[in-house]
Design a binder for this molecule. Structure first.
Ligand code: SDX
Length: 377
């Protein structure tokens, strides 16, 4: 009788050159570079190059990468028109999944997995995702979308497209760091989804649509929105302890806590906590930060012994709120960054592909006779 690992817990399903995670020590490295080194010194564009090439770029290479990415910022008219037709009350993650999927309809060679063409498609999807999210958000507010500014970084261009004004250097840098921190993380559910789809030699648009669908789930990328809902429900610092105690007593999952791999503090949460504290002070959102740190303390007293700590989603909620993002744009922010990790994993999968097809342990009956419909009682 085979031993089934529920949720594939502890199963090693691939080798990867992108993220190294030590869940016991709370370590995350991208191609060997510690995540806080990258958050302190790198940019999202440089991090994407690192993930896609397994090395940091030389200056000329980074300039060329930036130029190629920015050249792809603009949405094709067909996608723009599609977004204009979307219901204003559609959920942004459903909008994102639909619009990225529709990009296949205007690609003359959508199914190509030839390496250079695949990378070009990945770059185009990465570059256009910000414009998709921003265009939909502006249209649902009755505003016209804004044309991208090719002189701006990935982070600055997105905030410009969303708000109609260029971000301050502090806001641009904070968002850029959020993008670095969310880029890749081993075989998480959405990345594994992408790799399964890529392993059938299907197209990159199918990969991205499937991965966006997996990320939306509240147990995965959707948790950052769940954290904000929780903070709004608690309402004040004074109510934190009672709310957390009651939730734990009723076996509720506290959003933004716990992790399949980390049984220590998620190193991304460490960085996001610092960002959240700074930005909430700068923008008059201290209460959110104080509530979050209060929840963290109460949870530590109650469940740290079980290895349950804040994960990447816990403080990203306060950070995104302080950056002026609406709650239902939080998970799209996760996708905006993780598209780079999904693409990196599919490039890696295709370089040494084998169809991903695990076994299942059959536990149903055998030798059952077929009963004609008129004799089924
Ligand atoms: C992300 O995999 C990745 O790398 C993901 C990610 C990435 O970068 O791609 O890091 C991003 O998805 C982060 C996780 C975001 N999700 C949440 O914050 C949702 C809340 N967290 C939980 O649902 C949970 O911690 C999971 C889903 C993240 C992990 O769950 P597991 O590994 O399946 O663990 P489990 O649900 O079996 O819990 C084990 C125990 C249980 O207690 P017992 O029944 O054994 O007594 O820990 C408890 C759980 O009740 N527990 C929690 C808890 N998480 C686990 N209790 C309260 N609150 C929580 N958040």
């Amino acid at each position: 009788m085979a031993v089934v690992s529920k949720g594939l817990e502890g199963i090693v399903a691939a080798e990867t050159q992108m993220s190294f995670i030590d869940g016991e020590k709370g370590v995350l490295e991208y191609v060997g570079i510690a995540i806080d080194e990258l958050a302190r010194n790198s940019t999202f564009e440089e991090t994407v190059f690192l993930l896609w090439n397994q090395r940091l770029p030389r200056k000329a290479e980074l300039d060329a990468f930036n130029k190629a990415l920015r050249a792809q910022y603009d949405l094709p008219p067909f996608i723009d028109g599609l977004i204009a037709a979307f219901p204003k009350n559609a959920q942004p993650m459903h909008v994102l999944r639909t619009a990225v999927s529709a990009m296949a309809l205007v690609d003359p060679n959508p199914n190509s997995i030839e390496p250079a063409e695949y990378r070009a498609k990945a770059l185009a999807i990465l570059a256009k995702t910000g414009a998709i999210i921003a265009a939909f958000d502006r249209r649902r507010r009755g505003l016209e979308p804004i044309k991208p500014d090719h002189s701006l970084s990935f982070a600055a261009n997105f905030l410009y497209l969303l708000n109609g004004s260029k971000p301050t250097p502090t806001m641009e840098r904070a968002f850029d760091v959020c993008m670095i921190l969310h880029a890749d993380h081993g075989l998480n559910a959405s990345t594994f989804t992408g790799r399964v789809i890529a392993s059938t030699l299907s197209d990159i648009y199918s990969v991205m649509s499937g991965a966006i669908g997996a990320l939306r789930g509240p147990l995965h990328g959707g948790a950052n929105e769940g954290v904000m809902v929780m903070l709004e429900e608690i309402g004040s610092v004074e109510k934190v302890d009672a709310w957390v105690d009651d939730a734990l007593k009723n076996k509720k999952k506290i959003m933004g806590f716990g992790h399949r791999v980390y049984k220590a503090y998620d190193p991304r949460a460490t960085y996001l906590k610092t960002l959240a504290e700074q930005l909430s002070k700068d923008t008059g959102n201290e209460k959110l930060y104080q509530m979050s740190s209060g929840i963290e303390k109460r949870m530590h007293d109650a469940v740290a012994a079980k290895g349950i700590y804040p994960n990447v989603d816990f403080y990203s909620a306060t950070t995104y709120h302080a950056l002026g993002l609406k709650l239902d744009l939080f998970t799209p922010m996760f996708a905006l960054s993780r598209i780079s990790g999904w693409a990196a994993h599919c490039i890696e999968q295709l370089a040494a592909n084998r169809l991903i097809r695990p076994d299942a342990e059959y536990t149903g009956p055998h030798e059952v006779d077929y009963t004609p419909i008129d004799r089924r009682g």
